[in-house]
Design a protein around this ligand. Structure first.
Ligand SMILES: NC(=O)c1ccc[n+]([C@@H]2O[C@H](COP(=O)([O-])OP(=O)(O)OC[C@H]3O[C@@H](n4cnc5c(N)ncnc54)[C@H](OP(=O)(O)O)[C@@H]3O)[C@@H](O)[C@H]2O)c1
Length: 275
């Protein structure tokens, strides 16, 4: 089913609609699956259309939900506008999941300028634009959920993760600000901060999964379940698993000089940074 067919399906049946970016893999695909199980119609967004179509067909067959796809490169302004136009035409959009993202191992000053700027486009501009497109109708209806997929890296800074940490910190701050604005309006926003999670993220970034022991790895299904369960509660910044909650708490009280030192040591030995 293409995006126009999805428009019609969504208008026709009155079911809640969920739009998930980065739905072709990893955490985004798990969001799509769990939201379909909750009876949502879906709009799946990413660059790899065939993957989106295969998932849309599977979820339509399994859960009898309407599932449309939009192939869009969210670092591209015209593509972002296409997705925003679709949001404007979807009056019963109940869930917006801003999940698309990527990591790198480059040093900021060595990377091609497209890389850090692409991260700003994808991790900052896309969530801001899509959320701005979605919120007015959600506020008017007095119901809606926006999940911004951030990271425990939002609580860190460090070599080779300069833009990743900075853009994820933006997402946390953006979401906390929105939560204050939206209090009492029936619309819930969440910054989801996973740690290392099994997905394609590390393959795409060229990061060896052996940088962290098994203890630190989370299952993407669990991350998404934790996020959706927390939408019924009061927490805005959601950190799946006790170990990462503890780590984030510790990071908040660790002096900056110690964080810098640890980050530098980590980069010297592995070239990597936390997810
Ligand atoms: N995995 C982890 O350890 C971890 C930890 C903390 C936070 N996160 C965050 O979780 C989110 C999802 O990552 P993941 O772990 O599921 O990684 P993943 O398996 O690599 O999935 C990334 C998704 O983002 C999409 N995407 C990437 N660039 C895009 C672009 N320019 N335009 C549109 N879509 C794009 C990809 O689809 P296409 O390639 O088809 O476009 C894919 O669907 C990211 O925001 C990441 O920062 C991940």
């Amino acid at each position: 089913m293409n995006a126009n067919e999805q428009d019609m399906a969504a208008e026709g049946n009155g079911r809640p609609v969920a739009l998930v970016t980065g739905a072709s893999a990893g955490i985004g695909a798990k969001f799509a699956r769990q939201l379909a199980r909750r009876g949502c119609d879906l709009v799946l967004v990413a660059r790899r259309r065939e993957r989106l179509e295969a998932l849309a067909d599977e979820l339509h067959a399994a859960h009898d939900v309407a599932a449309g796809v939009i192939d869009a490169d969210l670092t591209d302004e015209a593509d972002r506008r296409r997705v925003c136009d679709h949001i404007h035409k979807t009056p019963n959009l109940q869930y917006l999941v801003n999940n698309a993202g990527f990591g790198t191992t480059s040093l900021f000053y060595e990377a091609d300028a497209d890389e850090p700027l692409g991260m700003v486009e994808l991790h900052v501009r896309a969530p801001v634009q899509l959320t701005h497109a979605a919120l007015p109708a959600m506020v008017e209806r007095g119901r809606g959920f926006v999940v911004n997929v951030s990271s425990v890296a939002a609580f860190l800074q460090g070599a080779s993760g300069v833009m990743y940490c900075a853009t994820k910190a933006f997402l946390n701050s953006f979401t906390l600000g929105l939560a204050a604005e939206l209090r009492g309006k029936g619309v819930k926003v969440q910054a989801l901060c996973p740690g290392f999670t099994y997905s394609e993220f590390h393959d795409v970034a060229g990061i060896d999964r052996s940088i962290a022991g098994k203890f630190w790895w989370l299952d993407a299904d669990y991350v998404v379940r934790t996020s959706l369960a927390a939408l019924d509660g009061r927490t805005t910044v959601v950190i799946p698993s006790l170990r990462y909650k503890f780590m984030a708490g510790l990071l908040k009280v660790t002096p900056q000089w110690l964080l810098n030192h640890a980050g530098q040591k980590r980069h010297e030995t592995t070239g990597d940074y936390p997810a």
